[in-house]
Design a protein around this ligand. Structure first.
Ligand code: KG4
Ligand code: ZN
Length: 375
């Protein structure tokens, strides 16, 4: 992936991402070209995706620097910036793809889960484009987008496969039974993995966003320095619980402070990260073996964590499981993944009306239930 970055006057980072390996094939009559929009949190993003896997353009306008001073995403600032940046992102996405609105077959947008005000900006924009052009509108589940990011660089990946989705708001282990068909094997009972990274980073003074900061600090620390509890639930084989681990780390830090001890933040970061990664990898591999699924993918912002990628790769190789991962820039929020997910919905004939609304707590399809497949 080639990333061209520039910082705008207001501190927003404008990125254009290109896949260096992508050979742009000419457009055929059967081709489906989708303009995709994402605005569920603090990234305003637009992309043009052909046939679900060929990214013609991928634009991200990241507000991260604006939220860093507050230690986390401020929803109202996020919504207001989306309003300012959205049209520029869409224009850039179309222009890089050398296309106009007339050339696209459908417009896709994330309609949940996420911050309601932020989602509404993307949803309103997509509806306006669909209304003005008469093109079909496709609403996409944000997590379905994260999972579909795996299709972009792994052309051979097809369902069924197991996917570990770990982001700032979600931690799910799902079986992707078919395109758009998911069954949950395990999920977090409390905090999401990314949330735990962000909170622990704040506690050890690394700041926001916590995930990448802990990832970098952990490289300089000793993962065996502290033995933190594992983030699992005794009576639910594949569920996660990150709040206990987070509290244990915070208590440890407070106790050390009271006793006047100096803790090395790099050691805390490395030991905390190990506790998270060991459980994520352990659950995912066990689930693949138990459900007899031979392909495993990872998705979501935390899937860009270097320790998780390394350990998962190693354990999959040991067990003979094929391992898939998106490039780090496709793990965090982007619109190319939304275009990838939308293509399979488009092919199934799924269309949304102009009454589409944002759904902040949208479940992962109406199939959000336990997996009862063959064990
Ligand atoms: O998927 P994402 O971009 O947004 C949501 O849908 O939530 O995920 C953001 C989360 C944040 O909590 C961030 O700290 C975490 O992903 N994250 C990471 C890394 N990069 C981002 N966590 C661990 N290691 C990383 N390298
Ligand atoms: Zn996300």
């Amino acid at each position: 992936m080639e990333i061209n970055k520039s910082v705008e006057d207001d501190g927003v980072i404008f990125m254009s991402i290109k896949d260096k390996n992508e050979e742009s094939s000419g457009s055929g009559s059967e081709d489906v070209t989708i303009l995709a929009i994402e605005s569920s949190c603090d990234e305003t993003a637009a992309a043009v995706v052909r046939n679900g896997r060929e990214v013609l353009s991928n634009i991200i306008s990241s507000q991260i620097a604006l939220h860093t001073v507050y230690g986390g995403v401020v929803p109202e600032i996020a919504s207001r910036k989306h309003v300012e940046k959205m049209n520029g992102c869409i224009k850039a996405a179309l222009s890089e793809a050398n296309l106009s609105l007339n050339d696209i077959d459908a417009v896709a947008v994330t309609y949940g889960p996420g911050l309601v005000g932020a989602l509404l900006v993307g949803v309103s924009e997509a509806k306006a484009i669909a209304f003005a052009t008469g093109k079909p509108l496709i609403g996409v589940h944000h997590i379905e987008g994260h999972i579909s990011a795996n299709f972009i660089e792994n052309k051979e990946l097809k369902p069924p496969f197991m996917c570990l989705v770990v982001s700032g708001g979600h931690s799910h282990l799902v079986v992707v039974k078919d395109y758009g068909e998911y069954e949950i094997v395990g999920q977090t009972r409390d905090d999401a993995a990314g949330e735990a990274f962000d909170k622990v980073a704040r506690a050890i003074g690394l700041g926001y966003p916590g995930g990448p900061k802990i990832d970098a600090a952990a490289k300089k620390g000793n993962p065996e320095a502290f033995s933190f509890p594992q983030a699992k639930i005794a009576d639910a084989e594949y569920d996660f619980s990150f709040s206990g681990l987070k509290s244990a780390v915070l208590n440890y830090i407070n106790q050390a402070k009271m006793q006047g001890q100096e803790l090395d933040p790099n050691d805390v970061a490395a030991s905390f990260q190990k506790a998270v990664v060991d459980v994520l990898v352990g659950h995912a591999i066990r689930a693949c073996k138990e459900y007899k699924i031979n392909s495993l993918a990872i998705a979501g912002g935390v899937a860009s964590n270097s320790a998780l990628r390394e350990l998962m790769e190693k354990e999959c190789a040991k067990e003979g499981i094929s391992f898939y991962k998106p490039s780090p820039v496709l793990c965090t929020d982007n619109a190319a993944m939304i275009g990838a997910a939308a293509y399979y919905e488009y092919q199934k004939g799924k269309r949304f009306g102009l009454d589409l609304n944002a759904v902040p707590n949208l479940p992962l399809g109406d199939r959000e239930r336990r997996y009862h497949g063959r064990r």
